[in-house]
Design a binder for this molecule. Structure first.
Ligand code: PA5
Length: 475
């Protein structure tokens, strides 16, 4: 598709921050003076992120992913074609940053009942992302796939994550027992040189392997082979996805937060957090965008939840992300958002034009309470409800703003992902923390190693046994 300048403008993702301003929220809103007071900090955050773009040693390699992958993309498209031809199912084995992106893109850009469609109506094999070690889930996946006809994409940057490697052991054993040469049915996405998946693929020989680049952490990896291969297998236009990211990058080059959507969102969030808004709700009005909230929750929580600044001072910063879905959660959580504690800021994701309109037919003419709906469309209804909820929150003095996608496609999704990644990097810079590490996650991984007897973790096992003996207080 030819992406004209006009199309780019029509598909531009924008942040509408009307409902955080004191003009609309009165004393609960952010005043011009407060915004002005944060202008310098926002500029500094922008300068920090700009100066460190692409630096692997700072885990900022993700900024360049829209630009430096043309060969990889070509290779992925070839591999995806082979996978589509050869396999009935494609299973991602991974967790956290190695799974949330593929799930999100699948849900956003494919049919909502994709796996139930007949083969002729799907662009690729049936698709599963297995991001847990729930024994029931693993067993029941095996009830619906034939391992001989399934491609397993094992994704792990470290190659050491217990969950993913346990899944790999189960699958490779099954493939062996089924008489399949393992290397024919697996693709690894991992570090270039280090880690167990590198060793395993060297031992197996001839395994197709993609690199999760050095300077790209798990939660920033959707636009590298971690997300691009699964997306390409599904027939998603990954070139357009990357073009969307590049477009948002261009829109965010300005150092003035009023001209830079990611910097604006980061500044709003920073001011809110400083004012006790410890909860950030992300509420897409679209089932397709539902798992963007899961992906964002990891990005935001793991990046900002830190207890020390880059200068070594203790701090406890971050914001608890809450996932909500419009309109479903209007009938559950919105009561709390409207009348509960003033500890939240709500971000809506709205869609201008849905790919289906779904008319509501006339009927029940003798009951005006129902018949008024006839002649409208479900698109009108969901958009009206989005507007109504934003209005109700604003009327109740609750901070809320909207990220608006004119349509949902690869180009707008690419913009949205890049916007969130930049927003996170800017917010981390404002707090002066290491946005890209995750010591809290690593601690849990190591404790699991110790509990399951990984060599080298004996001392930690002893410490764990001592610190957490069998339950002492049970009711
Ligand atoms: O963001 C992160 O770094 C984590 O969520 C990881 O993605 C997750 O723990 C999986 O790690 P790995 O890819 O090494 O298996």
């Amino acid at each position: 598709m030819k992406l004209t300048e006009e199309l780019r403008k029509n598909w531009r993702v924008q942040v509408d921050y009307t409902n955080v301003t004191d003009k609309y929220l009165k004393d609960k809103g952010i005043s011009e003076r407060t915004f002005e007071a944060h202008k310098k900090l926002a500029r500094e955050a922008h300068a920090y992120v700009s100066a460190n773009r692409g630096k692997d040693e700072l885990f900022m390699g993700w900024t360049e992913l829209p630009y430096n992958q043309s060969e990889i993309v070509a290779d992925i498209l070839e591999t995806a074609k082979l996978i589509r031809r050869k396999f009935d199912a494609f299973v991602v084995l991974g967790i956290g940053g190695s799974a949330l992106g593929p799930t999100m893109a699948f849900n956003a850009l494919c049919h909502l009942h994709y796996n139930d469609l007949p083969k002729s109506k799907r662009k690729g094999p049936r698709f599963f992302v297995e991001d847990n070690v729930d024994p029931v889930r693993m067993k029941e996946l095996l009830d619906v796939i034939d391992v001989r006809k399934t491609c397993f994409n094992v994704i792990s940057k470290s190659g050491a994550t217990s969950e993913t490697m346990a899944q790999y052991l189960i699958i490779s054993d099954l493939l062996k027992k089924a008489g399949v040469n393992i290397r024919e049915n697996v693709v690894f996405t991992t570090d270039e040189k280090r880690g167990n998946l590198v060793k395993i693929s060297d031992e197996l020989g001839g395994v197709k392997r993609y690199v999760l680049p050095d300077g790209v952490g798990g939660r920033f990896s959707e636009l590298c082979p971690v997300g691009l291969l699964p997306a390409a297998v599904l027939g998603i236009d990954i070139k357009l996805l990357l073009k969307g990211a590049a477009y948002m990058d261009k829109l965010c080059r300005a150092s003035d937060y009023r001209k830079n959507p990611a910097l604006l969102a980061a500044t709003i969030q920073y001011i809110s957090m400083k004012n006790g808004k410890n909860i950030g709700v992300l509420m897409p009005y679209s089932d397709n965008l539902r798992y963007v909230s899961d992906w964002y929750a990891q990005l935001w929580a793991e990046s900002l939840g830190k207890n020390v600044t880059l200068s070594g001072e203790p701090c406890n910063v971050g914001q608890t992300p809450v996932k909500a879905l419009g309109v479903t959660d209007q009938h559950s959580q919105v009561q709390l958002y409207t009348e509960g504690p003033f500890d939240k800021i709500v971000t809506f994701l709205s869609v201008g034009s849905y790919k289906e309109k779904t008319p509501i037919p006339h009927g029940c003419e003798s009951i005006p309470d129902v018949s008024f709906l006839g002649g409208h469309t479900m698109e009108e209804l969901i958009r009206a409800e989005n507007k109504a909820t934003a209005y109700a929150l604003t009327k109740a003095g609750r901070l809320n703003y909207t990220i608006h996608l004119p349509v949902l496609n690869e180009f707008t999704l690419g913009q949205l992902l890049y916007l969130f990644e930049l927003q996170t990097a800017y917010a981390g810079a404002m707090f002066n923390i290491d946005t890209f590490n995750q010591p809290g996650v690593e601690a849990g991984k190591k404790a699991t190693f110790a509990l399951l007897g990984k060599p080298g973790y004996e001392a930690q096992r002893a410490a764990l046994d001592e610190a957490a003996p069998d339950p002492a207080y049970l009711v």
